[in-house]
Design a protein around this ligand. Structure first.
Ligand SMILES: [Zn+2]
Length: 526
């Protein structure tokens, strides 16, 4: 392994697993479409991919909405009712995410999520069933797995979560294996997959007893929404992956006519039930609008106005953890660490399963010098969602505690982040690893030069400049062994230099009888 490959960011181990599995590709029938296709992501892999990435992907999209657990139960009921019509018996799961952007997504293996910001756009249960049916098809027809098989995922790409709240732009940079889930939900499946989603999703909802006409009214709503106001983040959501169009409306209309001809004529819309079961959601909507406004004000540096909006939101829905979380983020940004910790405590008292509160509180504790609490919180945040910011902070703390091995692992992960944070983490990693394994970075070879002088060619293979390189030449000429220390004060990255060892072979020595090796004892990154 050369030092170059050593220092590349680690790709997800899933992608590696998939690459290995490529050799084991099989030709199989797509369970939804009936098409024969080459697959190398097995069903077992699909299911475990979905299971492993479900939690971190939810975290990266705002975490679950916990104000009304009965809403999640309701969405699950509708989802399971539609999923039961799919030909694939996957471990389907449905959750509601605390996110105002109208969006829904599916991971392989039947792991599905819908944002509260989309649920507020439906007028009946059948429209919800249409969206969930569409997502069920993405899972059942292996659309996510196909993206992986076709190499559509960007290896090592960095994904920024939508909730990078505090002023530090790296707070939401996901590192490590959790990138895979974020990529899967941000990759466009393509038009064929979207058509399949509409086609079979609508069929499943009709088979489940819903009026398929809801698939048409839903698309009309989407077209209307996409033509109207476009709040920030809107286009990154549903409409980026599911572009609405009048063509889609028309296709769905024809599909509904066909389903009606097949006898699906008395399906239900479930309008009243939907209005009842989502009452709390609509009731709390103004509070989230105030919260979203606070967010926007904050990015315009209007901190005081943002805080006023947050207080309004808190007064309306005091149980919502996120409002306290943003309050805490503001305090952290202003270096009011005590106040930040207090607000994070209030957030965590309301929801103890969202990475951002632990990350923020961990940073606040760290700034206060409370290392044990900082470490516990940062670790808790990383367990929920690994971010570059948490990894870098943990690395710095591990280094301060003289745990070089742990520090290296943290820095190596944080080093995959873009910009200054990534560069700093990379430098910190290199400083440690060059000191521990100088031989991986400095290449040194002895050769016999003019006049029988033994010389050493030194090459710096590290991506950084090195100083204080110490080498030891171990040579044997005939029966005699010689050791000679060689020092190179500095060598730029990629440069090589020939250094005289000070040893000269006796005049009639056959160079073939000379054995020499060079050991790299030390190298330093400044
Ligand atoms: Zn879709």
């Amino acid at each position: 392994m050369t030092d170059k490959t050593r220092n590349k960011p680690n790709f997800s181990r899933h992608l590696i697993a998939v690459t290995v599995a490529m050799v084991l590709s099989t030709c199989a029938e797509n369970p939804v479409t009936g098409d024969r296709e080459l697959t190398f992501v097995s069903e077992r892999q699909e299911i475990s991919l979905g299971q492993e990435n479900y939690q971190p992907t939810q975290q990266s999209q705002g975490g679950q909405w916990k104000i009304d657990p009965e809403l999640t139960a309701y969405v699950s009921e509708v989802g399971q009712r539609v999923a039961a019509q799919s030909p694939r018996d996957l471990p389907y799961e449905f959750v509601v995410l605390n996110n105002s952007v109208p969006n829904a997504w599916a991971l392989p293996g039947g792991k599905i999520a819908i944002n509260r910001g989309l649920l507020t756009e439906f007028s009946n249960e059948a429209e919800l069933a249409a969206v969930l049916g569409h997502e069920v098809v993405h899972s059942a027809a292996r659309h996510g797995a196909q993206s992986m098989e076709r190499g559509l995922l960007l290896q090592g790409a960095l994904l920024v979560t939508t909730v990078a709240a505090r002023d530090n732009e790296y707070a939401g940079v996901i590192v490590g294996g959790a990138q895979l889930g974020a990529q899967l939900i941000n990759t466009r499946y393509g038009r064929d997959a979207e058509r399949e989603g509409d086609l079979y999703g609508t069929r499943y909802m009709a088979e489940a007893g819903y009026d398929p006409a809801a698939a048409v009214s839903l698309q009309e709503t989407f077209v209307r929404l996409s033509e109207g106001r476009t709040p920030p983040g809107w286009l990154d959501g549903l409409f980026a992956s599911h572009p609405p169009s009048t063509e889609r409306v028309q296709n769905n209309r024809e599909l509904v006519a066909q389903l009606r001809a097949e006898g699906y004529t008395n399906g239900e819309l479930g309008e009243q039930r939907y209005q009842q079961r989502t009452a709390r959601l609509r009731e709390t909507q103004p509070a989230y609008e105030a919260f979203d406004e606070a967010y926007a004000l904050l990015s315009d540096d209007k901190v005081e106005e943002a805080e006023r909006k947050l207080d309004t939101a808190i007064a309306m829905v005091p149980q919502e953890a996120r409002f306290y979380g943003l309050k805490a983020d503001i305090a952290l940004m202003q270096r009011r660490y005590g106040a930040a910790i207090e607000s994070y405590n209030q957030a965590l008292a309301r929801d103890d399963a969202y990475f951002d509160y632990y990350l923020g509180r961990g940073l606040a504790y760290s700034r206060q010098g409370n290392e044990s609490r900082a470490r516990a919180d940062l670790q808790a945040s990383v367990d929920l969602l690994p971010t570059a910011l948490a990894m870098n902070e943990l690395g710095t703390m591990a280094l301060a505690a003289n745990d070089r091995g742990a520090a290296k692992q943290y820095f190596e992960q944080a080093a995959t982040a873009p910009g200054e944070l990534g560069a700093r983490a990379q430098a910190a990693y290199m400083r440690l690893d060059v000191a521990d394994n100088p031989g991986n970075y400095v290449q040194a070879q002895a050769f016999v030069g003019q006049g029988g002088k033994i010389q050493v060619r030194v090459v710096n293979r590290a991506p950084v400049d090195l100083t204080d390189i110490e080498l030891e030449l171990q040579a044997s000429v005939g029966r005699e062994g010689v050791r000679r220390a060689i020092a190179v004060r500095g060598l730029a990255s990629g440069q090589s230099r020939d250094v005289d060892s000070g040893l000269t072979l006796p005049a009639e020595t056959d160079p073939q009888t000379v054995q020499a090796q060079v050991v790299v004892r030390r190298a330093t990154v400044n």
